[in-house]
Design a protein around this ligand. Sequence first.
Ligand SMILES: [Zn+2]
Length: 106
Amino acid sequence: MLYCDKCMKLYDSAEICPACKGKPKKLRPVADGDLIYIIEKDAMIAGSIDDILRQHDIPFVKRALQGAGLTTIVGSAFESYKFFVPYTVYENACELLSNFIETEVE
Ligand SMILES: [Zn+2]
């Protein structure tokens, strides 16, 4: 698998990251310690995802997305979070979260 340092996603094959269009980013082979982007959800669902991953002892990194203009007005429930997991547990995490992950349509 190949990995993009910038958007932190995995790709089967590509020389340049298809997601980083503005600034072409070269992919490199993924390493066990790499954090892989897995999902982005609003605060409520992010709480459930948090619980599921903890229950299964999956290490993860959760980042609040900044610059959501609504957040200051309506509160943190509308904030969204991005989740990242180490490559070693990525497939496991995908299975656990399959209900939350929408199939990406090109
Ligand atoms: Zn990228």
